[in-house]
Write a protein that binds this ligand. Sequence first.
Ligand code: CU
Length: 145
Amino acid sequence: MPRDIRSRRAATGLVLLVLALSAAACGGGSSSSSSGGDDLPAVPAKDFVDETGKKAVTVEAVDNNFDPQYVTVSKGTTITFTNVGRNPHNVVPVEQGAFTPIPTEKFAPGASGTVTLSTPGTYAYYCTLHGSSTRGMAGRIVVER
Ligand SMILES: [Cu+2]
């Protein structure tokens, strides 16, 4: 009987630990304005193309970059990614769940996919085939209020 209680206590402790870890993992993610992640290198404000005030903005995927790579939009803007390159690409948020990814199979040359961003913040993304979260085929969208 005492052994049973002890193991149950241990199990409860484990659950609490897991909850604490998962809370820490997503801490600040959705509430802060830098949802792109704190470990990303800073990008000078002058490198961002100002597309605020538009309802629709296009970002082209070329081989192997996004153009414009850094863009500022108003909240609620629909961003259309178009693959104008010769190779398949994809669009994946650095912070998992920040937006629905555009998968490779739907982003062949000539294909388009849209992402609508309603919450202000910084959205870092990349092509998993030709980049990483910080290098290569990677870009950012800043959503203003
Ligand atoms: Cu790519």
